[in-house]
Design a protein around this ligand. Structure first.
Ligand SMILES: [Zn+2]
Length: 254
């Protein structure tokens, strides 16, 4: 894997957006492997509405979004709002690859994969301005800041290339959120994982988690026993090997 996006391929294009599309797609095609099974991925033919890349071994689809910026930031620009919402709601929604690069030297700063099942419609933010002459055609941004860190699988993080084992382990570790056994409680589990990540340490106890009671009550106003719900979700996270219990009321992130 290399950080450099540049290739003579782009000489045939005059438009900057086309150039960068060719360069980023070419880079992914050459360097990125499927985080689910480790095999190489292939590019769909142009203008396939499904996604940009696929893995012929495990059938996962990947859509690439890139951003000209030295920092990844909180949002990434996407296309039409309604199309994105439909996609997220459909059963065939793709996984995403996000890439940000420094345009001064065509160097990739971050490249990450996010599994499809972590996307919810509230992450798609309409942009206020429509396209000129098509005011009803609303574009959107994807709010990546609301994705838990455990669901952001970095191949390149701040220009550091990550190992294949680490990438595949991280992809696998969060995949329990796609199990039929957890689908009902996915919203709660995601919130609890985000609270654990806010603590920024590997070991914590129940009182640390109860600090989030008010915040969680706002997210889930229908629930009248937040503390019990926190304990129940921590048990699920233990069963799914996201955590382990060290002693009574103490937890360790694995
Ligand atoms: Zn695969």
């Amino acid at each position: 894997m290399t950080l450099n996006l540049f290739s003579p391929l782009c000489d045939n294009y005059t438009s900057n957006s086309q150039k960068i599309r060719v360069l980023t797609e070419n880079w992914v095609n050459e360097h990125v492997y499927c985080p689910n099974c480790g095999n190489s991925i292939d590019e769909y033919e142009n203008n396939r509405p499904v996604a940009d890349f696929y893995c012929k071994i495990c059938n996962e689809d990947y859509e690439l979004k890139s951003k000209n910026s030295k920092v990844l930031g909180k949002t990434i620009a996407d296309g039409a709002y309604n199309t994105m919402i439909e996609r997220i709601r459909s059963e065939t929604n793709p996984n995403f690859f996000f890439l940000n690069y420094d345009k001064t030297n065509y160097e990739i700063v971050n490249f990450l994969a996010v599994p499809s099942y972590l996307f919810v419609p509230s992450m798609v933010i309409p942009r206020s301005k429509g396209i000129p002459n098509q005011p009803n055609y609303i574009m959107c941004n994807i709010d990546i800041s609301s994705i838990p860190n455990s669901g952001k699988i970095f191949y390149i993080k701040d220009k550091q290339i990550q190992s294949k084992n680490k990438i595949m382990d991280e992809w696998d570790k969060i995949s329990f959120l796609n199990d039929s056994s957890t689908v009902q409680s996915k919203g709660w589990l995601l919130d609890i994982i985000k609270c654990i990540e806010k603590l920024q340490r590997a070991n914590f106890d129940l009182s640390d988690m109860y600090q989030f009671e008010k915040y969680l009550k706002i997210q889930h106003p229908e629930n009248n026993n937040i503390q019990a719900k926190i304990r129940q979700q921590l048990q699920i996270l233990r069963d799914k090997r996201f955590l382990k219990f060290t002693k009574r009321g103490n937890y360790e992130v694995l």
